[in-house]
Design a protein around this ligand. Structure first.
Ligand code: P6P
Length: 333
C-alpha cells in the first residue's frame, strides 16, 4: 500500500525517540531538505527557465560559476538561516564564513557544496548537493573560520541530495545511512533505502583515467592490476566508471559497491589534491564509513585529518572496505 510510507521527518522523529535524542536533528534537517527540494526544482527546470550556462563570475576556488551554482548557494544560505539552528555556514562558493544574525542563537555550523559536479548541468548528467553539520565549540566565535576547523569525526550529521533520474536525499546522523526519495506530487521525501550498506568487495573502480600520467606509483599499481583482469594478480575482471560528479559516484558505491579515487598526484600535489576536505571529503567519508566502507587519503583516515583551512583540498579514496584497505596497503608499502 503506497501510502504506508515513512517521510524523512517521521523517520528522524522515530530515530530521535529510539535514540533518546533531543529534537535537534529533525530541526537541523528540516531547513536542509527544503533547500534540497528547491534546488531540485531549479535543476529540473534547467534550460526551460534559462538556468543553464555560466553566471559570469568565479568562486573562491577560481572556478567559473554556473548560474545554478549561484542559485543553489543562495537557496542554501537563505533557507538554512530561517530556522535559527545554525550560528554560521560555510560554502564552497564563498571565501569567508557566512555568520547567521538575527535568529535564535544557533549551536550548529553548516558546511555545504551547494551544487557539486555542476560541469554536468548543461549536458543533463546527475549533480548533487553535499552537506556536513558540526557543533559550534563552546566559546568559539562562529563568524571565524577557526570554529569550523574540526576533524570529520566531529560531524553530527552529513548527507547529500542527488538530482538524478529521481531526487534522493541520503544522510547519516551516526546510526547508519538511510536514503529517501522525493515524491514531487506530494512534495515530501519518503524512506526508500533504509540501512544502506556497501559490499566489502567490488569489481568496479572510478577514477579520472586522463590523469594517469600524473599518478603516483601506488595508484598506478592498483589501476594496472584492475586493468589486468582475471589473468592478472586480482584474478577478476573490473569495470570502470567516471561521472565527474562525486555525489553520483558515491551513491552508486552505496547501492552496489565500488571504489572512488581522486588521489593526490604529481600535478595537484602542491594543492593537496582536488576535492575539498570540509564539505566534500568529510561528509562523504562519514556516510561511507557509516555504511560499512572506508575512506582514506591513501595514508590516513580522512575523518581524522585535522583541518588547517576552510577550503583545503585533500586526496580521496573511498568505498568498499577491502578494496580501500588494499589501496592503502600499496601506499604504505
Ligand atoms: P574532474 C566536481 O567538480 C568534482 O568536485 C567532483 O564532484 C568530481 O568527482 C570531480 O570534481 C571531477 O573532477 O577532474 O574529473 O573534472
Amino acid at each position: 500500500m503506497p501510502y504506508k510510507r515513512i517521510t524523512l521527518t517521521h523517520f528522524l522523529l522515530q530515530e530521535q525517540r529510539r535514540l533518546g535524542r533531543s529534537g535537534v536533528f529533525t530541526a537541523l534537517m528540516t531547513d536542509i531538505l527544503t533547500a534540497c527540494k528547491m534546488v531540485s526544482h531549479e535543476v529540473n527546470r534547467g534550460a526551460l527557465v534559462g538556468n543553464h550556462g555560466v553566471a559570469g563570475s568565479e568562486n573562491v576556488q577560481g572556478e567559473e560559476q554556473k548560474k545554478l551554482d549561484v542559485l543553489a548557494n543562495d537557496i542554501f544560505l537563505h533557507m538554512n538561516a530561517l530556522g535559527g539552528n545554525y550560528a554560521a555556514m560555510a560554502s564552497e562558493e564563498l571565501e569567508d564564513v557566512h555568520a547567521v544574525h538575527g535568529t535564535a542563537e544557533g549551536r550548529y555550523l553548516l558546511l555545504f557544496d551547494p551544487l557539486d559536479g555542476s560541469s554536468n548541468i548543461d549536458v543533463n548528467i546527475s549533480v548533487g548537493s553535499i552537506f556536513s553539520i558540526l557543533r559550534l565549540p563552546e566559546g568559539a566565535d562562529a563568524s571565524k573560520a577557526d570554529a569550523f576547523l574540526q576533524p570529520g569525526v566531529q560531524q553530527v550529521c552529513a548527507g547529500y541530495a542527488l538530482y538524478g533520474s529521481s531526487t534522493m536525499l541520503v544522510l547519516t546522523t551516526g546510526s547508519g545511512v538511510h536514503g529517501f526519495t522525493l515524491d514531487r506530487d506530494v512534495g515530501m521525501f519518503f524512506l526508500t533505502h533504509p540501512h544502506m550498506t556497501i559490499p566489502a568487495d567490488t569489481k568496479e573502480f572510478a577514477i579520472n583515467a586522463s590523469r594517469a600520467r600524473f599518478w603516483e606509483p601506488p595508484v598506478k599499481r592498483y589501476v594496472d592490476e584492475c586493468l589486468a583482469g582475471k589473468e592478472g594478480p586480482r584474478g577478476k575482471d573490473f569495470n570502470m566508471r567516471w561521472v565527474a560528479s562525486m555525489v553520483a559516484e558515491v551513491h552508486r558505491i552505496l547501492v552496489r559497491g565500488g571504489v572512488f579515487m581522486y588521489p593526490k598526484d604529481v600535478e595537484n600535489a602542491k594543492k593537496g589534491g582536488k576535492l575539498r576536505l570540509m564539505y566534500e571529503a568529510n561528509p562523504m567519508a562519514f556516510i561511507i564509513e557509516q555504511a560499512g566502507g572506508a575512506a582514506t587519503t591513501g595514508t590516513e583516515r580522512i575523518m581524522e585529518v585535522q583541518p588547517t583551512d576552510l577550503h583545503q583540498r585533500i586526496a580521496v579514496i573511498l568505498g568498499s572496505k577491502n578494496e580501500v584497505e588494499l589501496i592503502e596497503s600499496y601506499h604504505k608499502g
